[in-house]
Structure formats: structure tokens, C-alpha cells
Design a binder for this molecule. Structure first.
Ligand code: NAP
Length: 481
């Protein structure tokens, strides 16, 4: 350090703790520097102090920033701060990175952690971290910590977001950053070289990428069935009988759309697994990629399942409020009064009672299992399960849920399947349409669990390939000698 720099440090140094003079400064390895005293810089500084690091902030205006910074931190001008630590966090927006160019000498050999994010994808031709490296070629740039927010850093290690992704060219520099992340209570995941930085910078800009397709499917199905049922019930009653039953839109129609969408989405959650098994059976090997559409579909099964649980939950709520609906109370009272007035007697029908109770019971069992599937898909719960436990719940109990919910719907239809009055304007009711897909999935699954098919699929999944034993040895010769 030159004499001029030393005097600069002395004049710019602001100790935030009155005890600072008495407390010996921590060694350089235990000292880190943070450039920028904004939201992220301050939260990170506080967390570093709590973890036992000495923190030196680098700021354009060290004197005016001192009152904002966490107690125990030092604040210096950039040049002086850079010399106090080997590891420097750059908590400054990318647009201002050119202030680092004149500091190239002080930053030589230092580890610079680039925390920056962008406002949108592809905002700049190169990743921020690569840009930083080009500005300060003598430093070792590591991208990292950018997926954490200032808020989550302040919340401490109990916050759910515990992962820190890093990438960079130098192994030593990455190890230094991993050591700090670990001491702060995060688990650091090394993603590779600096060329991955753009991917890491895009992480915070993602908007539910896995949910997009399931959300589109659920919205599309809801809209399609809503209009279908509107025509079949409300418009049909108005056109054929002149009756206005439009009030049914709010609860009755919604309570038909929700279970229909829920059952179709649950089937869509299990259909790709069944299709994948048949594809493996057909190909006689598991060593060939599934088509892209099937891969994509399989990746969003969890989201499909959770959305279908949401629709099932709405169906339960709509069903529970049926007794307090004005129209229902009116018709029940009206019916009771007319029975008394006309002195009619009605016979108790055991078959109807059996059907009603079985229908409700299967619905309750199906919903109970649905909730279990939803709970076990939460990462905190699934992490506590062994692979066998997880697949037992998600696959075996999942198919049982589909079976219960499908049987619940068949019982709802009961003998109405055979009555011609059910088919208004020659169209089947919504619940009949929604039974097609789950019935197909269950039938295909039944085929897959028959002993001979199950044996073959198990062998394929263990690595067996059809025809591998009889294959011409010439065929298996490498293409390049
Ligand atoms: P901020 O509140 O605006 O603070 C940025 C700091 O940069 C300022 O406080 C200032 O500190 C310094 N600065 C501003 N203009 C400068 C210039 N021309 N030259 C040198 N330094 C300048 O921003 P932030 O929210 O802390 O974010 C900082 C970086 O972290 C950004 O790149 C952001 O994308 C990234 N990030 C932020 C969050 C978050 O939750 N906030 C999360 C992840 C990543 P001095 O006045 O002391 O010099």
C-alpha cells in the first residue's frame, strides 16, 4: 500500500462502533468487503457481521452512509476498502460498474462476487459477471448470492431459501465464496464456469415456468366446461321451458366445473407415466429418450396434481354450502309442505340410500388421499421420505385416489347414464365427458400391473433390452474404429 493510499484510508475510515478502536481488527481472511451501501449491501453486511466476519463497506460517500450501516461495520472509500479484504461483494447495479475500472490495481488478485441481477432477460449482450470480469481482468469474478433477496438475508438462516448458486473460472475463488456462504448458513451449489452466469442472472426473473402449462390447461378446461354446462342447463331450460335458472351459474355450475376439471387434471397427472411405460414396452428399452412433449408433460405432473387438488378443494367447499343456499332451503320446505298438504307418504329406498352413502364416502376417501398427495409433494415433507415411501404414496395411493374419484363420479351418474332425458340436445352431461380420461388411464394402468406386463416393464427399468442378446456382434461395433 502506498503512503498516499494509507492516508486516504485513514481519512475516509468511519468506525461505526464506539468500541472499534479498542477491538483488534479481524485478520484479512476473516474480513470481507462489500461495495455498495444499498438494500442488499446492508442486509448482507449485517448477516456477515452476525456470522463473525469483520465487514468493511466501500462507498462513494463513506461519511454520509455511516449512520445507515449495521453496528460494528466500517465504511471506507472504495480504494481503501478494497485493500482491507481479499473477498469483495459487489452490491452495486451493473450500470455503475465502470467505477471499478480505476480501481483495477487495488482489485488485482481479489475475489469479486457479482451479486447483480437485471430487470429483464437478455437486457445486455453478455452476463453481468462476464462484463465485470472484462472490466477488471486481474480479479477473480464469481457470480453468486444473486438469487437471494435483501429481505430473505435479513430474515436469517431460518428463511426457507437456503440455496446459493455460484459459478466462476477459479476453483480457489469459488471455494472462498462457498466457505463464506456455508458460514452464513446457506448451502452453496457450484454451477460451473462463468459462462453459466447468465442462467443464474435469469433465475430471479423466472415467472412460474413449471406452472404455465398446467395453469393454461386448467383455465382452458374451466372455460370450456363452463360454457358447455351453461348451454346444457341454463340456456336449455330457458329455450325449451322458458325458465330462468341463471342463478345456478354462481354455485351449481361452479360446483360442476370444479370436480370435472379436478378429475381431468388428476388423470392428466397420471397419464404421462402410463404412456411412458407403454413406450418403453414398445421400444423394449429404457435407454432411449422420451419425445420432448412427453418429457415436458412429465416435468409438470406435480403442478397438475396441485392444481387438481385446488379444484377438488373448491368442490368440497361448494358442496358444504349447499344446505344454506336459499334455493335449496326453499325447495326443501316447499316439498315438505306439499307432502303434508297432499297427505302423501314416501317409501324409504334402501338402494338410493346405499348409492348416496357410497357416493359420499368415496368422495371423502378420494379427497383425503388427494390431500395426502398434496402434502407429500411439499419439498420439506418429500425430503423426509425414502424414495420407496414417496413412490408408494405418489404412484400407488395416487392411482387409488384416481380410482376413488372416478368411482365417486360413476356413482353420481348411477342410472342416469341410460336415461334419454340426460342427453339434452343430444349432448352428454359434463360428468360423463370427464369420466373418459380417468377410465382410460385406469384401464391402461390395469394392463400394466398384470403380472406378465409388469415383469417385462420391471426388467426394462432394471436395464434389460429386448433383442440385446441376439444382436449381431457387428451391429454393436463402435462407429469409430
Ligand atoms: P441499491 O439499494 O440501489 O444500492 C446500490 C448501491 O450502489 C448504492 O447504495 C450505492 O452505494 C452504490 N452506487 C450507486 N450508484 C453508484 C455509482 N454510480 N458508482 C458506484 N456505486 C454506486 O441496490 P440494491 O438493491 O442493494 O442492489 C444492489 C445489486 O444487488 C444490484 O445489482 C441488484 O441487482 C443486486 N441484487 C439486489 C437484491 C435485492 O433484494 N435488493 C437481490 C439480489 C441481487 P454508495 O452510495 O454507498 O456508494
Amino acid at each position: 500500500m502506498t503512503g498516499q493510499e494509507r492516508s486516504e484510508e485513514k481519512s475516509e475510515c468511519v468506525s461505526l462502533s464506539p468500541m472499534m478502536e479498542a477491538v483488534p481488527a479481524p485478520p484479512e481472511s476473516e474480513r470481507v468487503c462489500v461495495f455498495g451501501t444499498g438494500d442488499l449491501g446492508r442486509s448482507l453486511g449485517l448477516r456477515l457481521l452476525q456470522a463473525g466476519y469483520g465487514v468493511v463497506f466501500g462507498s462513494r460517500r463513506p461519511h454520509s452512509r455511516s449512520s445507515l450501516l449495521p453496528h460494528g461495520a466500517q465504511v471506507l472509500g472504495h480504494a481503501a476498502a478494497a485493500q482491507s479484504a481479499h473477498l469483495i461483494f459487489i452490491a452495486v447495479q451493473r450500470e455503475h460498474y465502470d467505477f471499478l475500472v480505476p480501481l483495477a490495481n487495488q482489485l488485482k488478485g481479489k475475489v469479486l462476487v457479482d451479486l447483480s441481477n437485471n430487470l429483464r432477460k437478455n437486457q445486455y449482450p453478455e452476463a453481468n459477471a462476464e462484463y465485470l470480469q472484462s472490466l477488471v481482468p486481474g480479479a477473480e469474478v464469481v457470480k453468486g448470492f444473486n438469487t437471494l433477496s435483501a429481505w430473505s438475508l435479513q430474515n436469517g438462516p431460518s428463511d426457507a431459501n437456503r440455496q446459493v448458486y455460484i459459478c466462476g473460472e477459479s476453483v480457489e475463488a469459488k471455494q472462498a465464496v462457498i466457505a463464506v456462504a456455508t458460514k452464513l448458513g446457506f448451502s452453496a451449489l457450484d454451477q460451473g464456469f462463468l459462462s453459466v452466469a447468465r442462467e443464474l442472472e435469469d433465475f430471479p426473473l423466472q415467472l412460474f415456468p413449471q406452472w404455465r402449462l398446467p395453469l393454461r390447461i386448467s383455465i382452458g378446461l374451466s372455460a370450456a366446461f363452463f360454457f358447455y354446462l351453461l348451454i346444457r342447463y341454463v340456456i336449455y331450460a330457458y329455450v325449451t321451458q322458458g325458465e330462468d335458472i341463471s342463478f345456478r351459474i354462481m354455485v351449481s355450475l361452479a360446483n360442476q366445473v370444479c370436480p370435472i376439471v379436478s378429475l381431468i387434471m388428476l388423470s392428466l397427472c397420471y397419464l404421462p407415466g402410463v404412456l411412458a411405460s407403454f413406450l418403453q414396452l414398445y421400444r423394449g428399452t429404457k435407454y432411449r429418450r422420451f419425445p420432448n412433449w412427453l418429457d415436458r408433460w412429465m416435468l409438470c405432473r406435480k403442478q397438475l396434481g396441485l392444481l387438481s387438488l385446488g379444484f377438488a378443494f373448491l368442490h368440497v367447499l361448494y358442496t358444504l354450502i349447499i344446505p344454506i343456499r336459499y334455493s335449496v332451503m326453499f325447495w326443501v320446505t316447499e316439498h315438505t309442505v306439499s307432502v303434508i298438504r297432499e297427505n302423501r307418504t314416501t317409501e324409504f329406498d334402501t338402494t338410493t340410500a346405499w348409492r348416496g352413502d357410497s357416493y359420499l364416502s368415496l368422495g371423502i376417501l378420494g379427497f383425503g388421499l388427494y390431500v395426502l398427495l398434496g402434502i407429500t409433494s411439499l419439498p420439506s415433507v418429500s425430503n423426509a421420505l425414502s424414495w420407496r415411501e414417496f413412490s408408494f404414496i405418489q404412484s400407488k395411493l395416487g392411482h387409488l385416489t384416481l380410482l376413488f374419484c372416478t368411482a365417486h363420479t360413476y356413482l353420481y351418474g348411477w342410472n342416469r347414464f341410460l336415461s334419454s332425458s340426460t342427453y339434452k340436445w343430444y349432448t352428454p352431461p359434463g360428468y360423463m365427458l370427464c369420466l373418459v380420461l380417468p377410465s382410460v388411464v385406469l384401464l391402461l394402468k390395469l394392463l400394466l400391473i398384470t403380472p406378465c406386463v409388469d415383469r417385462t416393464i420391471t426388467r426394462i427399468r432394471q436395464g434389460w433390452e429386448r433383442g440385446a442378446d441376439q444382436r449381431n456382434p457387428k451391429d454393436s461395433q463402435p462407429l469409430i474404429p
